[in-house]
Ligand binder design. Structure first.
Ligand SMILES: [Zn+2]
Length: 466
């Protein structure tokens, strides 16, 4: 704690420092004092699957993992190269191109976007040259999910805190999409602006369920496969029996509900997996991380069946009038699925999936009549303080919960206190401590990152106030 206090004093005098600098330094000092939970250790192990590596997937397919925020592939055709998902930023995708050029000096003749998330298509410019025609393929509804967010005026990647962990200091960052990049907001904005300037759009879009193409002597099929996004496709290479799954498959429970906000259909997703299984692929290239080089069909089948199991079980519980909070326990996966590492809630969460199914089917009302008589956050805090005997009693109870090793209880009470006294530093500190403790035991990366980033913002406010 002494170190932390010295750090804070040092930071206080650093008047010209940008807020981001404060955030990272304070969090680093705090993190050093805390033990790391098992869940965090497990997540760190998971993130090793995206360490930089080149894979040969069958004879003429190569996949680069850990160079950009997604997995980037090349098919070597007779007289040209086909790139699938070129990555997120031209500067980093250029390194992938350099690696691929060591394998083949044939020209790039086509690029395929598996879906309209920037981490998969934003770096396409790195594979284009002046004066050379390259056909760029995607679904007709390419970009549909992101468009829905931006049309509603919602900043796509942010809620109050960051779910990807981009604001966290490097030693706190756990990601599953390539190299950790610590950037100031200015640097990030500059990178986004550069990406936007060099944005490459599809030249060929298809509205059918599938199209069969021959490019550079390679026969391939592009198949509509709604799942992680409604504009998702998979690429099937029948001669090599390689399937490029986009983000419908990677080493985690599927992200049916992203915390940043979107609506994804678990049923469509499972049906798309079903189509992939019918192809009987030997190898499956995932949207992030290592390709599936063994037991690919078995993994796809378990994934599909587990998703359908959760859907059916949730529905059954709903018919019995269970609320989402209770369904989260009721619809837990059975051991035969829950024990599989590639179905762990590293990125998508079981809980988020169950809640999302509920919301999609019946909306926000959970059947509890008390939820028809809600109050504002401030009114709830006032009531809690009244029940506990005043605001000081509320503060004491929060402290007690923290000392008793109940971070969730401490966080709930500290949050009430903060609503009543928005400037009370002790409440901010208790809430930040509790969120950090909860994050250490959270296996889901976005939930962990969100909690830590939120705590970091509270700590920055404390520094500014002092
Ligand atoms: Zn992705």
């Amino acid at each position: 704690m002494l170190r932390l206090r010295m750090e804070l004093r040092r930071l206080r005098s650093w008047r010209m420092a940008v807020l981001w600098g404060l955030l990272v330094n304070v969090q680093a000092a705090v993190a050093a004092d805390k033990a790391v939970g098992d869940a965090t250790e497990q997540l760190r192990g998971w993130s090793k699957l995206v360490e930089q590596r080149l894979f040969q997937v069958g004879g003429r397919v190569h996949t680069a993992v850990g160079y950009t925020l997604s997995a980037n592939s090349m098919i070597v055709g007779e007289d040209g190269l086909i790139i699938i998902d070129p990555g997120h930023a031209p500067a980093l995708s250029a390194k992938v191109r350099t690696e691929f050029e060591r394998i083949s000096d044939k020209p790039v003749v086509a690029i395929i976007f598996t879906h309209g998330h920037g981490d998969h298509f934003g770096g396409a410019a790195a594979f284009l040259d002046e004066g050379r025609d390259v056909s760029i393929w995607a679904r007709q509804n390419f970009g549909a999910e992101m468009r829905a967010n931006s049309q509603a005026g919602l900043t796509p990647w942010r809620r109050p805190a960051e779910t990807q962990g981009g604001d966290l200091p490097p030693e706190q960052q756990i990601r599953f999409n390539g190299p950790v990049q610590v950037m100031t907001p200015q640097q990030r904005a500059a990178m986004m602006a550069q990406g936007a300037r060099r944005m490459v759009r599809p030249t060929h879009r298809f509205a059918e369920q599938q199209v069969e193409l021959t490019i550079a002597g390679v026969s391939l099929k592009l198949v509509a496969a709604p799942g992680e996004t409604s504009d998702q496709l998979y690429v099937w290479l029948p001669e090599d029996r390689v399937l490029f799954a986009g983000d419908n498959v990677f080493h985690t429970w599927p992200n049916v509900y992203p915390l940043r906000g979107a609506s994804r259909s678990l049923r469509d997703w499972a049906d798309s997996l079903d189509k992939m299984i019918q192809e009987e692929p030997r190898f499956v290239v995932a949207g992030h991380g290592n390709p599936l080089l063994e037991n690919a069909v078995e993994q796809l089948t378990n994934r599909r069946d587990a998703m359908r199991w959760i859907y059916d079980r949730t529905l059954e519980g709903m018919q019995r009038m269970m609320t989402p909070d209770d369904l989260v326990e009721y619809a837990q996966l059975p051991e035969r699925f829950a024990s599989l590492d590639y179905l762990q809630p590293y990125y998508g969460s079981w809980e988020g999936t169950i809640r999302q199914i509920y919301v999609q089917l019946v909306g926000w009302f959970d059947g509890n009549p008390l939820n028809l008589h809600r109050e504002t956050s401030l009114q709830q805090a006032q009531r809690m303080a009244r029940l506990l005997g005043g605001e000081e009693a509320l503060a004491a109870k929060a402290q007690e919960a923290a000392q008793a090793g109940d971070p969730l209880g401490a966080a709930q009470l500290a949050q009430h206190l903060l609503r009543l006294q928005p400037q009370r530093m002790e409440a901010k500190r208790m809430l930040a401590d509790a969120l950090e403790a909860l994050a250490q035991d959270t296996l889901n990366m976005p939930m962990r990152n969100y909690s830590l980033s939120y705590a970091l913002q509270l700590r920055a406010q404390i520094v500014q106030q002092e």
